[in-house]
Design a binder for this molecule. Structure first.
Ligand code: SF4
Length: 398
């Protein structure tokens, strides 16, 4: 039997576009737009529910963005009710909402919790107001502390904080101070990302004009490893390249991306992986509205002759070949501390790992001897040192 799937719901609205952000999100903060978007989402949920129905078993729901905490609690309640009506949502499912500390209130958090949201992922990024301002964030450090306190009062006992390092102008002390302040709030999970400056962002333009300098790679790596040392001391398990959690508090939803489980993405710009098929919805809110208004459930079609269904909102769709699935699996599994577990691999792909990769074994063993990777007869993974050259090692298996 397939493992339970995940459901991802994209909320593409933010109060303001951050200077580094290239996610699909629009600076729109209007209640009537959120209501219209919810109506479109309900229609999309109904379409997929009519096709997959209660055979679609999920044990995680993830509201990502954008800024899901801009949504009125009654809208989240309606969306969750529709998801529960349309699919089989397992008892004890993880229901996560990403949130920006500047957009929450005690009342909102209490009502999200009442609707069944049981995990809050807070985009903290930094506890330094100057850094937050340079990033173009709309919140300040005090808002993070307040949000965590309000979330606890509202009954959340599973809280994650996102942090960002290698921000131009950020020194080591500022970074470690943020990690310590995050730990002092006693979250169950911390994600920590190195800032990547992308084109078509404010930072991208500044980099091009010479107004901004990227953090040198060696400083980036030192920031990463020194944060890991603090997380180790606090009892966190470093279970994925950018994620650490208290034992048992790993993000169930993200684990699905890394072990090639299925997930259904709903909303403008959302990605799905169902029945070996990857597809994504159009990343244009207006087009998403218009298409949803004009569509009926009968028009859901098979996506490129696969077993997955696609609505007219789907802008691209590709069916994984056997080799695509193997390389996707190895690539994502190597992001995790568990790595590639041979028994799982052979169960999934009906082949032994080293039979498929016999030509790469000698090269891989060089990385093992140099301390970048390790393997035995059960599994293969990167060491912490190996994470710094992860792309070189994973390329071997692509
Ligand atoms: S809050 Fe998140 S999604 Fe919104 S603009 Fe900032 S980084 Fe992007």
């Amino acid at each position: 039997m397939a493992s339970p799937a995940g459901i991802y719901i994209h909320i593409p609205f933010c109060r303001h576009k951050c200077n580094y952000c290239d996610f699909f999100s629009k600076p729109i903060d209007e209640e009537y737009v959120r209501k219209a978007y919810t109506r479109a989402l309900l229609k999309e949920i109904g379409f997929y529910g009519a096709k997959y129905g209660k055979n679609f078993v999920a044990d995680s729901i993830f509201f990502g963005g954008g800024t899901p905490t801009l949504m009125e609690p009654e809208l989240i309640d309606k969306i969750l009710a529709a998801v529960r009506k349309s699919f089989f949502i397992a008892a004890g499912s993880e229901i996560t909402m990403e949130g920006n500390p500047a957009t929450v209130t005690a009342e909102k958090l209490r009502r999200y919790r009442q609707s069944g949201v049981n995990r809050l992922s807070i985009g903290a990024q930094s506890f330094d107001d100057e850094i937050l301002s340079s990033l173009g964030r709309v919140h300040r450090a005090a808002d993070i502390t307040r949000t965590v306190e309000l979330a606890r009062e509202a009954g959340f006992d599973n809280i994650s904080l996102d942090l960002m390092f290698a921000v131009p102008g950020q020194d080591m002390n500022q970074w470690l101070d943020s990690v310590k302040k995050a730990l002092a709030l006693k979250p169950q999970h911390i994600s920590f990302y190195s800032l990547e400056i992308e084109p078509a962002t404010v930072f991208g333009d500044m980099l091009e004009s010479g107004a901004l300098k990227e953090t040198p790679a060696e400083v980036d790596r030192e920031m990463y490893h020194r944060a890991l040392a603090l997380l180790d001391t606090a009892g966190f398990v470093h279970y994925e390249i950018s994620s650490a959690a208290l034992p048992g508090r790993e993000c169930r939803h993200n684990l699905k991306y890394w072990d090639l489980s299925e997930y259904l993405g709903l909303g403008a710009g959302a990605y799905s992986f169902i029945r070996d098929t990857r597809y994504n919805n159009i990343d244009d809110v207006e087009m998403y509205f218009h298409t949803m208004w004009s569509q009926d459930s009968a028009s859901l079609r098979h996506c490129n002759d696969s077993q997955a269904f696609a609505s007219d909102c789907v802008s691209s769709c590709s069916v994984n070949s056997y080799r695509d699935s193997v390389t996707d699996y190895v690539f994502t599994a190597l992001r995790t501390r568990r790595g590639v577990v041979f028994k799982e691999f052979s169960h999934k792909f009906k082949n032994e790992f080293w039979d498929l990769y016999s030509q790469q074994q000698a090269e891989f063993e060089k990385f093992v001897r140099a301390g970048y990777a390790e393997y035995d007869d059960r599994r293969l993974s990167l060491t912490r040192k190996g994470i710094d050259i992860a792309s070189r090692i994973t390329r071997l298996f692509m």
